[in-house]
Design a protein around this ligand. Structure first.
Ligand code: KG4
Ligand code: ZN
Length: 334
């Protein structure tokens, strides 16, 4: 089954053709980072307009890269939430129009399920059940993936998402947007033990996250030094902040996995591209006897291949949308 999938929930206009869930025939990502960079973050109205300008070309390119035409496609799939509502609407409208014109089924996909399903694409041996940390610019969830279509959220953030904290700390360090890769790069020159930033446990079981405190601690540290006229070592700040986030994400993830009795853990979402995070989670997985899986960085960032993969399993479970499908900005996972 060949699915043409579309993703436009944030600042990437993406389309992909995916065969039988995991064979990626094309994966086109048109990123708007250069445009939003000068504002220090994604401007929703600009994102929507750029999606409108780009979507048809991106879809055409996904087909031509796969050497296919619309006739060769069996179904359409689209991210319908969560995300920026105006941005989501562009993808949803495009997919609905194509589904109607081609008379082919339309599969609605949850963005976070897409991120999680990216784990199946490169590793055919990796199957549910497992525990997955989904960490991106908008989400920080630990999810128990019981089956391809059975998800239970075990932990979430009470305030900022992990990626959001990276982006905000990058801004105060004057590194620009998107912050994650820039903080990671600068951190390579710093000492992760130089400053002890707070690690917070929230919720009944202490599995939930809070990244607002660590972000504020970094801002206070910088302002304090400025007021005293002291020089700060930016690389040490970046490394110590990253260490606090990696420590919290990796320990909550392994604690959650232990409490569920699963044998596999996985990462997903833009922050899963973070090298120290990948290494730390892999190390903790080994130590505790878990199998570890993580998609390549290109499948961690927003893309449509992951949406095509999630759509395949959703379709097998009978999930089909009609022309009433709408974008849902705060679509929940369960
Ligand atoms: O999944 P994604 O591409 O988009 C959303 O759904 O939000 O994630 C983007 C987020 C941004 O906050 C970005 O700073 C962060 O992922 N990110 C990273 C790294 N690469 C991207 N954070 C830490 N380290 C990285 N290497
Ligand atoms: Zn995402």
């Amino acid at each position: 089954m060949r699915i043409l999938a579309i993703e436009s929930s944030c600042d990437e206009t993406a389309a992909a053709v995916v065969e039988n869930g995991t064979e990626v025939l094309s994966n086109i990502i048109n990123t708007q980072i250069e445009i939003h960079k000068k504002y220090g973050g994604v401007v929703p109205e600009i994102a929507s307009r750029k999606h409108i300008e780009n979507i048809s070309d991106v879809v055409d390119k996904a087909l031509s890269d796969a050497n296919l035409t619309f006739d060769d496609i069996d179904a359409l799939a689209v991210t319908y939430g969560p995300g920026l509502v105006g941005a989501l609407l562009v993808g949803v409208s495009e997919a609905k129009a194509l589904s109607y014109a081609l008379n082919k089924p339309l599969i609605p996909v949850h963005h976070i399920k897409g991120h999680i399903c990216a784990n199946y694409i490169e590793n055919p041996d990796f199957k549910p059940p497992f525990i997955c940390l989904v960490a991106s610019g908008g989400h920080s969830h630990i999810v128990h993936v019981k089956d391809y279509n059975e998800y239970e959220v075990l932990a979430r953030t009470c305030d900022d998402a992990a990626g959001e904290a990276f982006d905000k700390v990058a801004r105060v360090l004057g590194l620009g947007y998107p912050g994650g890769p820039k903080v990671q790069k600068l951190a390579e020159e710093g000492n992760p033990e130089a400053i002890r930033f707070p690690r917070v446990k929230m919720g009944d079981k202490g599995f939930d996250f809070s990244f607002s405190g660590v972000k504020t601690a970094v801002i206070n540290y910088i302002h304090n030094a400025e007021q005293k006229g002291e020089e700060i070592n930016k690389a040490d700040v970046a490394a110590s902040f990253q260490e606090a986030v990696v420590d919290v994400l990796s320990s909550h993830l392994t604690d959650c996995a232990k409490s569920c009795g699963v044998t596999q853990i996985a990462l997903a979402g833009g922050v899963a591209s973070n090298k120290p995070l990948r290494e730390r989670v892999e190390e903790k997985a080994k130590k505790n006897g878990f199998t570890f899986n993580c998609p390549s960085p290109i499948l961690c960032t927003d893309n449509a291949a992951m949406i095509g993969c999630a759509a395949y399993y959703a379709y097998k479970d009978g999930e089909i949308a009609d022309a009433e499908l709408n974008a849902v900005a705060n679509l929940s996972l369960n």
